[in-house]
Design a protein around this ligand. Structure first.
Ligand code: NAI
Length: 362
């Protein structure tokens, strides 16, 4: 019997209150009826850390692993070795950096994700986070909740987005949608840094200019948004040195992956006042520990400058429906011996697939 192991975050009472929370252990991406119908053995868990976790125990004879970037079952090289039967690893969402892709290739495990399923969800979150930071919203809101009323205290660090230079590091599906949504804000300039050039008509549509040198790109921007995958060439790309290229008082938004940044260097940049603020929803390891430096960092001037949340930008209820359906489609194709949608494939038959996924290039 084919065994499907699924690692998801727990929904608890929220899953009862909201049946659209498909990406929870309780609702299991809608897989229960599918697996019942087709006679598949389904194991669903949120217990994923350490050798004694359900994930570590159940992976040993699983044929298929399905997990999400929000609560990832980390498929390390060591786990891959243990997973003797594993043939397919599905990411219900976008971004498969929780999987050691080289190990997957070595063991001929297919890795596929639901490309595009939550790119609008993330792009909207990026624009929101940029505005929340630039307008100094968080301390302004906290002041009201705490009973205060001191306009100057919050206005002293609030700006308009209009007239600022905004750049995206990575101008793929999400990065491009961010540029599209920023266009009407009349920014001074929209920039992008990507080793792939936007098609001419796309660049024209958003009026974005490509900057090929990272230092030049970072130093030109008032706001930087990170929208590239995590791979060997981007891990820690934002660090003490590259933060130093950024203008004093710039804002940085990261909804791509936490490990694109050196966490302590970002916290130091905010706490020292070099960055006006940092916001996003992704953390180097998830769930993030209670004492992670990004939880309490604060710009000394604004007494704000942080817009961090748990990883949820790409798991809106709309997105959950898309990635749940997409994950089942990938499973269905695999069961029926059909080729996967090329755009969904990350690795197959021991090789990196065609999707522009950095780990195989730079
Ligand atoms: P995509 O593959 O459409 O675009 C990624 C772009 O990054 C490509 O244009 C690629 O050329 C560029 N890139 C790769 N390496 C680069 C480098 N070293 N320097 C400059 N550019 C580089 O991917 P998509 O759909 O836009 O997603 C991007 C990332 O966003 C995902 O890999 C994932 O990590 C993250 N993500 C986060 C979500 C969330 O909930 N916070 C949800 C979905 C995606």
């Amino acid at each position: 019997m084919t065994k499907v192991l699924v690692v998801l975050y727990s929904g608890g009472k929220h899953a009862e209150e909201q049946p659209k929370l498909l990406g929870t252990v309780e609702n299991a991406l809608g897989l229960r009826p599918y697996c019942e119908k087709h006679g598949l053995d389904l194991v669903v868990t949120d217990d994923k850390e350490g050798d004694n976790s359900t994930f570590a125990k159940e992976i040993v004879d699983a044929d298929v692993l399905i997990t999400t970037p929000f609560h990832p079952g980390y498929l390390t090289a060591e786990m891959v070795k243990k997973a003797k039967n594993l043939k397919l690893a599905i990411t219900a969402g976008v971004g498969s950096d929780h999987i050691d892709l080289n190990a997957a290739n070595e063991h001929k495990i297919t890795v596929a994700e639901v490309t595009g399923s939550n790119v609008v969800s993330v792009a909207e979150h990026v624009v929101m986070t940029i505005l929340v930071l630039v307008r100094n919203f968080v301390p302004a809101h906290e002041q009201i909740v705490s009973g205060g009323w001191e306009v100057a205290a919050v206005a002293k660090a609030a700006y308009d987005l209009e007239g600022k230079v905004v750049g995206t590091l990575g101008a793929g599906r999400i990065g491009f949608r961010v540029l599209q949504r920023l266009k009407p804000f009349d920014c001074k300039e929209l920039l992008y840094y990507d080793y792939t050039e936007l098609p001419a008509d796309a660049a024209k549509e958003v009026g974005a200019r490509r900057v090929e040198d990272l230092k030049e790109f970072l130093s030109a921007c008032d706001v930087v948004t990170l929208n590239c995958p995590l791979h060997e060439g981007t891990r820690g790309i934002i660090n003490k040195e590259t933060l130093g290229y950024m203008k004093k008082g710039a804002w940085l938004v990261n909804t791509a992956r936490g490990a694109l940044c050196v966490a302590e260097d970002v916290a130091e940049a905010v706490n020292s006042g070099h960055l006006a603020g940092y916001g996003g929803d992704v953390w180097p390891r998830q769930p993030a520990p209670a004492d992670h430096p990004w939880r309490k960092m604060q710009n000394p001037f604004s007494k704000g400058g942080s817009a961090m949340v748990a990883h949820y930008s790409g798991t809106t209820l709309d997105a959950q429906k898309r990635y749940a359906d997409g994950a089942i489609q990938i499973l269905d194709r695999w069961r029926n011996g059909q080729a996967q949608e090329p755009a969904n494939l990350i690795v197959e038959n021991g090789a990196y697939a065609t999707k522009a996924y950095g780990q195989r290039t730079k």
